[in-house]
Ligand binder design. Structure first.
Ligand SMILES: [Zn+2]
Length: 309
């Protein structure tokens, strides 16, 4: 069983122009390095629309090709930070729930909302109780502190449901902000809510030493390997080393497979990313050995347990 713990729903109207322009400016040098000649407007008008998928069809096709059985899917609430999008965050969540209702054996919906929104607690509770959300995704890149009163209140609102909370960690896409994406800000939640399982996304990227050292000390902290495809493609040794150290610090039972797609589709096809993880049983460095069984746990068994599938 392979489960992707980290996947986004995307459409032009889900973000303000301000967000898209910041995103495109970040993508520009990356595309140039890949030999793609583009400018900011071309990225927004011609390249990004390829990744829009509000029905789930593109995601399901990509999963099928890679043998990924199930995926977690969620939106990203940037409105308070970079301007409200044309399609509001409630509607974006509803689009996720609709896809999951249509493909209940494939898509696991997570709710998301900026904790500073006055209706966040009510909306998220309703998402779990009425619309089938199986987890919560929060992105502090929108400018909220995970240790703030609002965030702790939102965590408290869902703590009784036994669902995991996935937090973005590591530097954030411009024009969203990186400061509160430092995993150290999760410590308040981890200590105050020891029964709530928290997933720090992306192995913390550049904050991973902090995250990995926290991982040893906080048994309710997990991490995912989403968006490491560039490293897996270009610097395989670094990828093997990073996942090997994640396993050494968290134990194989608290490391989860994820893609962050559709964002990484142009970087590495999903079958190759799954294969990179399978290969870890052979290629992980000797001092951070990963077994076949560990690979199976990372690819899906851990997520199945966490999501009570
Ligand atoms: Zn993501």
């Amino acid at each position: 069983m392979i489960i992707d713990i980290h996947r986004h729903i995307l459409d032009r109207g889900y973000f303000s122009d301000n967000y898209w322009r910041g995103f495109a400016r970040m993508a520009l040098p990356i595309l140039r390095r890949m030999g793609v000649q583009a400018d900011v407007d071309m990225i927004i008008n011609d390249i990004l629309p390829v990744y829009y998928d509000t029905t789930g069809e593109k995601h399901l096709a990509a999963m099928e090709e890679a043998g990924i059985d199930m995926t977690v899917l969620f939106a990203f609430d940037t409105g308070l930070m970079v301007g409200e999008p044309e399609i509001g965050i409630e509607q974006q969540n509803m689009a996720v729930f609709k896809i999951a209702a249509r493909y209940p054996k494939k898509v696991i919906p997570f709710a998301t909302m900026d904790p500073r929104r006055p209706n966040a607690g009510d909306f998220v509770k309703k998402s779990v109780q009425e619309w089938g959300a199986r987890g919560l995704k929060l992105h502090p890149g929108s400018g909220f502190n995970p240790e703030s009163r609002e965030t702790l209140g939102l965590v408290e609102a869902v703590a009784g449901y036994g669902i995991p909370i996935l937090f973005h960690t590591g530097p954030s896409v411009p024009p969203t902000s990186s400061k509160y994406c430092d995993p150290m800000y999760l410590d308040g939640i981890l200590l105050r809510f020891p029964e709530v399982n928290v997933i720090a996304a992306h192995m913390g990227y550049g904050y991973r030493d902090i995250l990995f050292s926290l991982g040893i000390n906080r048994p309710n902290l997990y991490t995912d390997i989403a968006a490491w495809q560039t490293t897996a493609r270009d610097r395989r040794h670094d990828f093997n080393d990073a996942v090997g150290h994640a396993v050494a610090h968290f134990g194989p039972e608290r490391v989860l497979f994820g893609t962050d797609n559709p964002y990484l589709w142009p970087v590495l096809p999903e079958p190759q990313y799954v294969q990179a993880v399978r290969d870890l049983a052979v290629t992980a460095p000797e001092q951070t050995r990963i077994t076949q069984q560990d690979v199976q746990m990372i690819l899906g068994d851990n997520a199945a347990g966490l999501l009570k599938l």
